[in-house]
Design a protein around this ligand. Structure first.
Ligand SMILES: [Mn+2]
Length: 349
């Protein structure tokens, strides 16, 4: 029985196009963004399990590697990483009829994979919840109100009438995507529909306690000590309801930093009472940049802020950016920009 509250949210026209693209078996590549997170991996794997069970040949392709705390997810061993297996990736792309791009909406989000994707003769389908989607796909399912791309993949499966295909593998991947992108179901984008979907995923075999353990209880001692350093470097700017954290390359090196280790650190800054805007500045001497993760509560748009000042972007409450200045200069400059936003920051709710 299809319940009313789970009516497909992907529109009729997009659904029709996608259904036609999938009428006969296709070679499909499912691509996530650079530095893939739980939602990118979960939505891509979930969709590829569905496509394979529908008789297509779907391969998940990621621009580069992803953190260890995601490496238990069903199907991860079959993911092709462009940075590691470049020629194999190009060969697969050559044979591809259809490319799904998930959890990003502009081809400059895939690093070195950008050119191969731009040169591909395949047709594109986009499923994504970031702002300002580019127009490269024959079918674009874009909804910025969605908690996660994984939630959208669920709606996609409903829309094309394949919800009976929901397997344990699909459910586990989609659950992980939704859980990681909603901060364990607590960000404002988490709706009653999100929870209903999560219930369906648990019914289909997703083991919530195990998934939480797999993702969150895998800290290395080094990572926790690095978190200690980050918390020690926490600065509060009460006039602007803002908090920031810095991590220098030296501090990272001293704690045997691995990709993904600083994931979530910025949320501690945002958790300070009264703070509505939080940033972590992470020095990267190899790329000669300072990477920034920006978070906010309420109306203050970090997407806007990152786009305006740090050639980045993302969502209203979570965005990324970068600076090519030194760590110190980046922080000084950041503080000097804040007065322009004082009204917004002090009236944000
Ligand atoms: Mn996402």
């Amino acid at each position: 029985m299809r319940l009313l509250y789970l009516r497909p949210l992907m529109d009729k026209k997009t659904t029709q196009i996608v259904k036609e693209l999938l009428v006969k078996p296709q070679n499909i590549v499912v691509v996530g963004h650079k530095n893939p997170d739980g939602d990118a991996i979960g939505s891509c794997l979930g969709l590829s399990f569905l496509l394979n069970s529908l008789g297509h040949k779907a391969t998940v392709l990621m621009p580069n590697d992803f953190p260890d705390f995601l490496k238990w997810m069903p199907g991860v061993d079959d993911i092709i990483i462009y940075e590691k297996e470049t020629q194999k990736s190009l060969d697969i792309l050559e044979q591809t009829d259809l490319i799904f791009t998930l959890d990003f909406n502009s081809l400059d989000r895939v690093g070195d994979l950008q050119k191969p994707l731009e040169n591909s003769k395949a047709q594109f389908v986009m499923i994504d919840h970031h702002q300002q989607p580019a127009a490269y796909a024959v079918a674009t399912y874009s909804d910025v109100s969605m908690s996660s791309t994984a939630e959208m993949v669920f709606h996609f499966i409903e829309a094309i009438g394949k919800s009976e295909m929901l397997s344990k593998e699909i459910a586990t991947n989609l659950y992980t995507g939704i859980m990681t992108d909603t901060g364990s179901f607590r960000f404002p984008s988490t709706t009653p529909t999100t929870h209903r979907i999560v219930a369906r995923l648990i019914e289909a075999g997703a083991e919530s306690a195990t998934i939480h353990q797999n993702v969150f209880d895998t800290n290395s001692a080094e990572r926790l000590k690095l978190l200690g350093v980050a918390l020690n470097n926490l600065n509060i700017l009460p006039d602007y309801n803002t908090a920031y954290i810095t991590l220098s390359q030296k501090e990272l090196d001293e704690h045997n930093f691995k990709k993904g280790d600083t994931e979530g650190f910025v949320n501690y800054a945002l958790s300070v009472s009264g703070v509505v805007f939080a940033v972590i500045f992470i020095e990267n001497k190899h790329e000669n940049i300072v990477k920034m993760s920006l978070r906010s509560k309420g109306d203050f748009s970090v997407n806007h802020f990152a786009r305006n000042h740090y050639s980045g972007g993302g969502h209203n409450n979570a965005a990324g950016g970068k600076s090519s200045q030194s760590l110190n200069k980046t922080v000084t400059e950041f503080i000097s920009i804040l007065p322009r936003y004082k009204d917004e920051l002090t009236h944000a709710s």
